[in-house]
Write a protein that binds this ligand. Sequence first.
Ligand code: ZN
Ligand code: ZN
Length: 575
Amino acid sequence: MELRSMSDALQFHAQLLKVGIQNDDAARNVSKLFTFAALSPGGNLSYARLLLRSIPRPNSYYYNTIIRAYSRSPDPTHHFHALSLFLSMLHYQPPQPDNFTYPFLLKCLARLKLTPQGKQIHALITKTGFGSDQYIQNALIHMYSEFGELGFAREVFDRMPLRDVVSWTSMIDGLVNADRHVDALALFDSMLKAGIEVNDATVMSVLRACAETGALSVGKKVHMIVKEKRIDSKANVGTALVDMYAKSGCLESARNVFDNVVDKDVFVWTAMISALASHGMCQEAVGMFAEMETCRIEPDERTMTAVLSACRNSGLVNEAYVFLNDVPKRYGIEPTIQHFGCVVDLLARAGRLKEAEDFINTMPIKPDAVLWRTMIWACKLHGDTDRAGRLMKYLKLRKRTADDDSGSYILASNVYASSGKWCNKAEVRELMNRRGLTKPPGCSRIEVDGTVCEFSMGDYNHPEAEKIYDKLDQIVDEIRKEGYNPRVSEVLLEMDDEDKAIQLLHHSEKLALAYGLIRNRQGSEIRIVKNLRSCEDCHEFMKLVSKIYQREIIVRDRIRFHHFKNGDCSCKDYW
Ligand code: ZN
Ligand code: ZN
């Protein structure tokens, strides 16, 4: 009898009870019933567990199947159940864990982030002789990556005599998730050299690393591979490609990929709308949203964020208000703090500081640290020191939460610094220290000859550091003739103006730019990716360099793109 639902299964079970479960045939039938209940979409896992109890001498298959079923569940309680079932195998039951037990068990441990237990079980695996099983090794790499223990993951990986696409992808994905994108790309290169064929998961991880680092040439290579494998029209791969091209500043390529995707889902639409938004093409983004609605694809929270950031990047206040009022009602989406944040950012940057503050006060959800940071940043931009001071009080009242970041404090202290109030600045610093917040390091990346180079402020680690600093001095001499004046008020430290100018000159994006001018072909574009917002001095610097050196410079900061050409920027100084 074929089992399609639990009611079929119950009927089948009743038949089995009638004939008894002693002979071989019956044992096969019990196994069939059990597997259906445990693993089929229409099954019932608790029923499978009950069955397990009624089986006289269950072999490891039964335990493994239940652990496997638990590992597929999104519910953490199930992952704990898997662990306790495994422990009962070790302590009370005759079937011992085998090579089919561990991969699923390790998956549960990874989900639960139980690092010490994971390490203990790894030791047990080695002791019981399963350490050389490829599936188990792959699962160990994945587990250690999820724990953030990349050293352990790498050790397992390096010791594998045979690595398949899953081993490579797990290791690459681990690096990408730990924001070690440059290492991930290097490993991907070794993977290709080892002649391993990529799969969807590899492509998606690698494209994420390309997008984050701006490694366009690697991204293009992946696109070629994907085309050869004819998976470029799949929605998941297409989404990753659109995102990579958009974040590398190639909007047209992103659009071509998008058009090529066959069954467009909400993710690929959202990626394309975000792409337009980050390039400041607000009208197009809003138009694309309408097109998506015509195709009867329902937007989600992220689509809303994409459209609202389009409005923010182009200063369209009314459009944003209308959108925030209409769309959530139409699709039953609960607006999130990101959505309100976009509107606050939009009002604040437009200088409508009071309106922004009123908006925050009437929001149905509590403002978070990012929102305050936005406000304080705007106060700095518009020179409203009093309001910044008042907002600081909100920060002091708030308890330290997970979303606290040092950004808001830095900005507040920046406001005080530029108005010369050193005493308040010290207060902010102290508050930061007490809450264990330190400034995130700024860094910029540039791709030269297919390799991504990373610079931090005042970096001397690069082999060509000397040349780079010489180039910088030379650039400053050139652009000073065009009226460049270092904006020393941007520097927070107490020092004289000459030292401040040197500080500014050593900002990571300027180092990357100088290196780009040395190494990139004459006339080619220079693409830089920065992890934070650029300062005003760097922005001005890029504009002047684009004019004097006749180079297009594309800088992606934390929020958007700046396309510098002929002394102007695509953001029209609105960022
Ligand atoms: Zn700067
Ligand atoms: Zn700009």
